[in-house]
Design a protein around this ligand. Structure first.
Ligand code: SAM
Length: 272
């Protein structure tokens, strides 16, 4: 197995295992998907008046986008984690009477669809483990001309407090390596996208301890660490190292809380 396949396999296993508890733990992901869905909805509703729309949700996870879409629509959820797809199909089976729902096990970097098929491609916080140029090229290929891509992804500076605390322990990599805004811009410019609208917002989540933050990452399946799109194997965290991590975590708030920062890019692009 090559390094990239090894990464996809571990990502898939972690997310499959997390499917059942994902919705109760994914505080950042639920906040971000709501914002992104609100960005999508005005255009979606306007176009829906004239035709039956087909939307592709790449890295759909537990398919929370479906909570926001007004019926009728055709929806295809793609994920690399079989467990996520099975969970979502069951969770949203009640929508199948009024809408067309399809679930597809696939890698975002190699979508098994013909070109020019979808009115919208949507993706929230799923592309951190992918080559962004590749997933953008795939989205461009499967969108109809004039179709819209709306996605969010995490950038450099995400979990900076945790990163800083780990640096007091050793020189290893402990959190996923995120691209910076120049790399995002470069990836977007590698296709002929029109009407680019991109903004980066710092989102914050709150915990009682670093242990809770790490537990949340594991509960949602987001505990795979990659560097340059390759799997990075970490040392397990012993009790002693965890205690040192709690002490090293930068905290300024009053009352003292463990706050995590996330650099979230929200992007909307149109295929020319
Ligand atoms: C943090 S979850 C986000 C799920 C959902 N979009 C949300 O916002 O709640 C990331 C999802 O992306 C999926 N994923 C990660 N890498 C992928 C890839 N290369 N192809 C398809 N799905 C992928 C994971 O299996 C997981 O379900």
């Amino acid at each position: 197995m090559n390094q990239s396949n090894a990464l996809q396999q571990v990502v898939s296993e972690h997310f499959s295992r997390a499917a059942a508890q994902y919705d109760t733990a994914a505080q950042l992901q639920l906040k971000v998907i709501k914002k992104l869905a609100n960005q999508l909805l005005p255009e979606f509703k306007m176009m829906q008046a004239n035709k039956n729309l087909h939307i592709l949700d790449v890295g759909c996870g537990t398919a929370n986008l479906l909570q926001f879409l007004p019926s009728p629509f055709a929806y295809t959820g793609v994920d690399i984690a079989e467990g996520m797809l099975a969970f979502s199909a069951e969770k949203f089976s009640y929508l199948a009477a009024d809408n067309q729902l399809a679930w597809q096990l696939a890698d975002a970097q190699n979508l098994p669809f013909e070109e020019n098929q979808f009115d919208f491609v949507f993706s929230s916080l799923a592309w951190q483990w992918c080559d962004l140029e590749q997933v953008l090229a795939q989205s461009y290929r499967v969108l109809k001309p004039g179709g819209t891509l709306i996605f969010s992804t995490l950038l450099d500076g995400t979990l900076c407090e945790l990163n800083q605390a780990f640096k007091q322990l050793d020189n290893q990599i402990h959190i996923n390596q995120f691209i910076d805004s120049q790399a995002l811009e470069q990836a977007i410019n590698s296709q002929d996208w029109h009407q680019v609208n991109a903004q980066v917002l710092t989102e914050k989540t709150h915990y009682d301890s670093v242990y809770q933050l790490l537990k949340e990452l594991k509960s949602i399946g987001a505990n795979t660490v990659s560097k340059n799109n390759q799997l990075y194997k970490r040392q397990p965290l012993t009790k002693n190292r965890l205690a040192r991590l709690e002490l090293a975590y930068p905290r300024q708030s009053n009352p003292v809380q463990t706050i995590a920062s996330w650099q979230v890019a929200y992007c909307q692009l149109r295929k020319s």
